[in-house]
Design a binder for this molecule. Structure first.
Ligand SMILES: Nc1ncnc2c1ncn2[C@@H]1O[C@H](COP(=O)(O)OP(=O)(O)OP(=O)(O)O)[C@@H](O)[C@H]1O
Ligand SMILES: [Mg+2]
Length: 249
């Protein structure tokens, strides 16, 4: 469980606050709104009828078993995979274009496979992102490794480079796919805490794909459960009864 009060916290990005007609109450508008999304590969719709909202400053876990469609969803939101049908709105407007254009609009994407340049030094890997100082402030253990070839780092250190580079952009939307794969629990917690802090301190909206539901829920505000390409439930992170029920039913 995060230390903040889940869901009720008013996020720091007031540009997404809408006054109602009377101007007396504040209503939040989602940063990202997914409506009736169908996504997949050619004719194969791996995700069907998905509806999802992501608000600034929150961490949302997208959970589900192998093959549920988690990566497909993230690739589609990141602009790496064209959607089959449905709508994706970002800041109230249709979201279009490939990943690099979405990055310019405030997206960061940590893919399932580790996206480090194995043949380059850690230092050069960080220069690609452009905020080496920020990454080293987040993960100081990378400092003595700056001249080492990234391919020689441990899995955890490589993931610090990848996650650090994404967080250093101070993105508005962070899409993270299975950062825990093959890593020791302590390292995973460290990375997840850094992601949580980005939501809290920078107002980043995080969509966190994880198979390890309990690990993700420790830092998440809400969850969605995907099963065989369809959303099977959603709820606040402190209401996991509904999650486990949906998991087994
Ligand atoms: N390139 C592809 N071409 C065709 N089908 C694919 C492709 N990639 C994934 N699929 C299929 O799409 C479905 C959803 O896969 P996806 O990778 O999104 O699942 P996932 O929830 O991320 O699973 P995991 O937890 O194993 O990473 C699966 O049935 C998978 O076999
Ligand atoms: Mg996946």
């Amino acid at each position: 469980m995060p230390s903040t009060s889940n869901n009720v916290a008013v996020h720091p990005d007031t540009t997404h606050l809408n006054l109602d007609s009377g101007g007396t109450t504040l209503q939040r508008r989602p940063l990202l709104r997914v409506t009736d999304l169908v996504a997949g590969y050619g004719d194969l719709a791996a995700v069907r009828g998905m509806n999802l909202e992501l608000y600034a400053g929150e961490v949302v876990a997208l959970l589900g078993p192998n093959g549920a469609g988690k990566t497909t969803t993230l690739l589609t939101l990141a602009g790496e995979l064209p959607k089959i049908s449905g709508e994706i709105h970002y800041q109230g407007k249709p979201l279009k274009g490939p990943l690099h254009r979405r990055v310019r609009r405030g997206f960061a994407f940590v893919p399932e496979e580790r996206a480090v340049f194995m043949g380059m030094s850690v230092s050069d890997n960080l220069k690609v992102g452009g905020h080496t100082d920020r990454v080293l402030a987040l993960f100081p253990e990378l400092t003595p490794l700056l001249n080492r070839r990234a391919g020689l780092l441990s899995g955890g250190e490589q993931q610090m480079v990848t996650v650090g580079r994404a967080l250093a952009l101070k993105p508005k939307v962070l899409l993270v796919d299975e950062l825990s794969v093959g890593l020791a629990p302590l390292v995973v917690d460290r990375l997840l805490d850094a992601v949580r802090a980005a939501a809290q301190e920078d107002g980043t909206a995080v969509l966190l794909v994880e198979q390890q539901a309990r690990r993700a829920l420790r830092v998440a505000d809400r969850w969605y459960l995907l099963r065989r390409g369809v959303l099977a439930g959603s709820g606040p992170a402190d209401d996991t009864d509904a999650l486990w029920e949906s998991y087994v039913s």
